[in-house]
Design a protein around this ligand. Structure first.
Ligand code: HEM
Length: 88
């Protein structure tokens, strides 16, 4: 990645996508902008497209992956709620 002009690693607290806290919008188009443009004022770099290696489809795969983490988390939290005995 560095050879392709990516920024060197910076220590930054990673965002927990499973919590679904998308500060810049949770729509697929918002995530697409964030991943392709990077996030100004943060260490998050813009992607570098390389023909045959990293193309537009790959960004959509990343978006699907990020969103799948959130859905998995919602499923497991609702399961936890169902298992929790009712307080009366
Ligand atoms: C495959 C690589 C990556 C993907 C798919 C990805 C995806 C994302 C997305 C979707 C957000 C937006 C979260 C929101 O809307 O709140 C985000 C935020 C962020 N990313 Fe990445 N990211 C990647 C790599 C990186 C790298 C390499 C860094 C830093 C070295 C980084 C640092 C950050 C930071 C600091 C934020 C929070 C920015 C803020 O809200 O101020 N990301 N990332």
């Amino acid at each position: 990645m560095l050879a392709r002009g990516a920024l060197p690693p910076v220590n930054a607290k990673p965002r927990n996508f499973a919590l679904g806290a998308f500060h810049g919008g949770a729509k697929a188009s918002d995530l697409y902008m964030r991943i392709t443009q990077g996030i100004e004022g943060s260490p998050m770099p813009a992607v570098t497209f390389v023909d045959g290696q990293f193309e537009e489809d790959d960004v959509w795969h990343l978006i699907n992956f990020i969103r799948s983490l959130q859905e998995a988390s919602e499923e497991s939290s609702s399961e936890t709620e169902a298992e929790t005995p009712q307080q009366t």
